[in-house]
Write a protein that binds this ligand. Structure first.
Ligand code: HEM
Length: 508
């Protein structure tokens, strides 16, 4: 080998060495990012995560043990800053709330469904988000409106109990998740469109919206946009799904519009809510900064987000709560006794009753603690480059708050893996503030500016359904098939094998 060959080879090795080092270090360096696992050149930690063949939440659970309160993951071209510590979460979302209240850029597929971020959950922190959120809060979930719409919940819950009875008679057991999803979805559809529609139509909407949620979860090209041309089929599928979603919801929007414009004279018999009481009615006349009045496609996006956001989260909580009641008959009995004490054996549970049931409240809170429907809140972004925990947070990074650790942390909760509702009555859960204003101990609904705007409505749906189901039936495991608490990701963290239970009418 000639001297020049040796020189060229040495130069090449040195170059590759430094190039590899530069690209494989995640965090630190002149950028002062939080530390993180070393990655591969160009793709960072992306393929390391993919090759693990398990969901991202489990990868993060392990990385937290190594990297602690705040760390960086370089996922292709996207920088993710993962925050796991209660104090840092409180600092970011409460003390410096407006700085961390934005959302990161959307993937091309998400943009199809969000109509260019025209939804409360995806809008950047600014006038569009403020207008949409304020309208939603004042028009759909102000306490007066929630009260006015009590008849919708009554109607949906009567149908729910009838369905459970029928299913139990036909199969010998009931499936919890599918029934709760259908009921909550029917309530939200009625709140949005002011319409009572057939069960088959509700099921179609529910199923399409679930597909939308799953298709918009992050995919490879979201991290490496250079690969987008190779994933043309996915974009095509997303456009077809969007078309189906529009075709399904346009008729309801048009009927409601006709109903409102004709002063209730046309629109069809399914339009049942008085004019002004449906969420859609407020959107027809909303003037949105930068967009003016909303088009039909934007209306589809806005009602879809509400139905999706409120269905899976609440149904997931109900399934986990009932799983524990089936597995622990003492807790179920204690809850039943509280309900009977409040309304009697044959009484009717009213919305005002569930507020008085402290054990019910403790069961629901313990369910959120032990099984938060999501292990992260939605992705946040800083409105400008800032710092957190002594590290730089770039404005274009996704800031991910890993909230599941808060309730798994043995320094914050005694025996955190145990399901013990009593902790909220006389233990380490007493006085916990779910809005995290003073301190953060659990945050199933997020905290700060982006806190779930409808969390009280979500809790009302859960309280009412749980109380009514336990009042009417004794819940037992299916013989030889006890509930399996293994979890899986389906947008929320659900039971891998959906809960089935035998139900015995209490009055027999
Ligand atoms: C028990 C049920 C519920 C749970 C556990 C839940 C949880 C959450 C969480 C964790 C967030 C994200 C917070 C963040 O990014 O920091 C959120 C946002 C949101 N939720 Fe809920 N939610 C529930 C019920 C509902 C219901 C019933 C609705 C509508 C009727 C709803 C509508 C929304 C909306 C529109 C946002 C976006 C807020 C924003 O970005 O400003 N949620 N929810």
């Amino acid at each position: 080998m000639e001297l020049t060959d040796i020189l060229i080879l040495s130069f090449a090795f040195t170059f590759v060495y430094f190039w590899w080092r530069r690209w494989s270090i995640t965090g630190g360096g002149p950028k002062n990012l939080p530390p993180g696992p070393p990655g591969w050149p160009l793709v960072g930690n992306l393929f390391q995560v993919i090759l693990q063949r398990r969901h991202f939440i489990y990868v993060v659970r392990d990385l937290r043990e190594k990297y602690g309160p705040i760390f960086t993951m370089q996922m292709g071209q996207r920088t993710l800053i993962i925050v796991t510590d209660a104090n840092l979460i409180h600092e970011a979302l409460i003390q410096r709330g407006s700085l961390f209240a934005s959302r990161p850029a959307d993937s091309p597929i998400r943009l199809i469904f969000s109509m260019g971020k025209c939804a409360i959950n995806s809008a950047e922190y600014g006038p569009l988000w403020r207008t949409l959120r304020r309208n939603f809060v004042t028009e759909m979930i102000n306490p007066l409106r929630i009260k006015q719409c009590g008849w919708i919940r009554k109607w949906a819950m009567e149908a729910h109990m009838k369905r459970l009875r029928k299913e139990a008679q036909e199969n010998g057991f009931v499936e919890v998740m599918s029934n709760c999803r259908l009921t909550i979805c029917s309530i939200l559809i009625c709140l949005c469109f002011g319409a009572k529609i057939s069960e088959d139509r509700i099921k179609s909407i529910e199923s399409i919206l679930k597909d939308v949620m799953l298709i918009t979860t992050p995919k490879l090209p979201d991290f490496l946009p250079v690969l987008t041309p190779l994933f043309g089929r996915q974009v095509k599928e997303a456009k077809e799904l969007r078309k189906t979603q529009l075709e399904l919801l346009f008729p309801l929007i048009r009927s409601r519009k006709a109903f409102v414009e004709s002063n209730g004279k046309s629109g069809g018999p399914e339009m049942v809510s008085p004019i002004g009481a449906a969420y859609l009615d407020s959107l027809f006349s909303l003037d949105v900064p930068g967009r003016g009045s909303l088009g039909e496609e934007e209306l589809v996006t806005l009602v879809s987000e509400v139905i999706s956001a409120g269905t899976d989260t609440s149904a997931t909580a109900l399934e986990w709560a009932l799983m524990h009641l089936v597995m622990n008959q003492d807790i179920q009995e204690k809850l039943y006794r509280e309900i009977v004490e409040c309304v009697g054996k044959d009484g009717v549970i009213l919305e005002s009753d569930v507020e008085k049931m402290s054990y019910l409240g403790a069961v629901v809170k313990e369910t959120f603690r032990r099984h938060p429907p999501s292990h992260f809140v939605l992705s946040h972004a800083a409105t400008q480059e800032t710092e957190l925990g002594g590290y730089t947070i770039p404005a274009d990074a996704s800031v991910e708050f890993y909230t599941a650790w808060l309730t798994e942390n043995p320094d914050m909760w005694e025996d955190p893996n145990e399901f013990r509702p009593e902790r909220f009555l006389n233990g380490d859960g007493v006085g916990v503030d779910l809005t995290g204003t003073k301190a953060v101990k659990m945050m199933p609904f997020g905290i700060g500016r982006r806190i779930c705007p409808a969390w009280t409505l979500g809790v009302l749906h859960i309280n009412l359904l749980l109380a009514k189901m336990v009042h009417a039936f004794k819940w037992l495991p299916v013989p030889n098939a006890p509930p399996d608490p293994t979890e899986t990701f389906a947008f929320t963290i659900v039971m891998k094998n959906p809960l089935k239970a035998v139900i015995l009418p209490r009055s027999i």
